[in-house]
Design a protein around this ligand. Structure first.
Ligand SMILES: NC(=O)c1ccc[n+]([C@@H]2O[C@H](COP(=O)([O-])OP(=O)(O)OC[C@H]3O[C@@H](n4cnc5c(N)ncnc54)[C@H](O)[C@@H]3O)[C@@H](O)[C@H]2O)c1
Length: 268
């Protein structure tokens, strides 16, 4: 049994993960805007700092797992920069602040929330993912708001690609401290985040048509993603390091079947 912090624990996949971990006897520290052990706005540096301090205190300085799943989708009236701050920095800055507590556990596991929109949604700007990775939140937010991406629809996959890139490029560094980094790329999962769209008469028909094009022919459930997260948190996945695991009913493979694996051409 361990102590595991879950962000976005008040809803959707985060709630499902927190509930199952609790059932299994783990000590779960839920973080969300409200309704959890720690209430914090992870879209701000102060909120993240306060959350990290409180999680570390509640965990007695030793964290066995972190599931930073808090996130927002693109949508009307949402500045693109908010997606950068919540989705990317709300996960990665918090992870960096909690690294000492994760290292103190000796062996720990972090499961990040990427998305299959990174490889199945055309048109997002790789420069925005690079700006996130560079670690300058203000510059990344300024770039996001300059891209004329109303509601952040194209910003969303860029933030989720940046999470995958961070996870893959930093996994070797973290494992030196005993911290395993992995990520999930869910497809369209039936949660409050996606349910609103399915009930919107303007886009509901498009979503249903899209779901029919998913090889599995349906949306995924939070529980299906939760099972993978639990596997990646557990010692059963001890040799999984730097893995981006898709859980998307087959749509990425269907659209991009020959794009990966790729021949490696070493540089230099
Ligand atoms: N649902 C999908 O189809 C899907 C697909 C791919 C990836 N994802 C990602 O999975 C994660 C979970 O998604 P979900 O569908 O369960 O969403 P959800 O909307 O059901 O839950 C997200 C939670 O994050 C919290 N949150 C939002 N902004 C926050 C902030 N500033 N500070 C603290 N908490 C905040 C919300 O309050 C909410 O409880 C997200 O990162 C999402 O981007 C979802």
């Amino acid at each position: 049994m361990g102590t595991i912090a879950v962000t976005g624990a008040a809803s959707g996949m985060g709630a499902s993960i927190a509930a199952r971990l609790t059932e299994q006897g783990h000590r779960v520290i839920g973080v969300d805007l409200r309704g959890t052990d720690v209430a914090a706005d992870l879209g701000t540096a102060e909120g993240r700092r306060a959350a990290a301090v409180e999680v570390t205190r509640l965990a007695d300085g030793q964290l066995d797992g972190l599931v930073p799943f808090a996130g927002i989708s693109g949508g009307a009236n949402r500045p693109a920069s908010l997606l950068v701050s919540v989705n990317y920095y709300g996960a990665i800055s918090l992870l960096e602040e909690l690294r000492p507590a994760l290292a103190a556990a000796g062996e720990s596991s972090v499961v990040l929330a990427s998305s299959n929109s990174t490889t199945t949604q055309p048109g997002w700007n790789p420069k925005l993912a690079e700006a996130c990775l560079a670690g300058d939140e203000e510059a990344a937010c300024t770039l996001a708001d300059s891209l004329a991406d109303e509601g952040g629809v194209l910003t969303y996959p860029a933030t989720k690609a940046a999470i995958a890139y961070y996870m893959r490029t930093r996994a070797a560094d973290y494992i030196a401290d005993g911290i395993r980094l992995n990520a999930i790329a869910p497809g369209f999962i039936d949660t409050p985040m996606t349910r609103a769209g399915r009930q919107d008469p303007k886009i509901a028909a498009g979503i249903e048509a899209f779901l029919k094009s998913v090889p599995a022919g349906r949306a995924g459930t939070p529980e299906e993603v939760m099972e993978l997260v639990l596997f990646l948190l557990s010692a059963k996945s001890a040799y999984c390091v730097g893995t981006l695991m898709y859980c998307d009913g087959g749509i990425d493979a269907h659209l991009r079947g020959l794009d990966w694996p790729k021949v490696w051409t070493p540089q230099g």
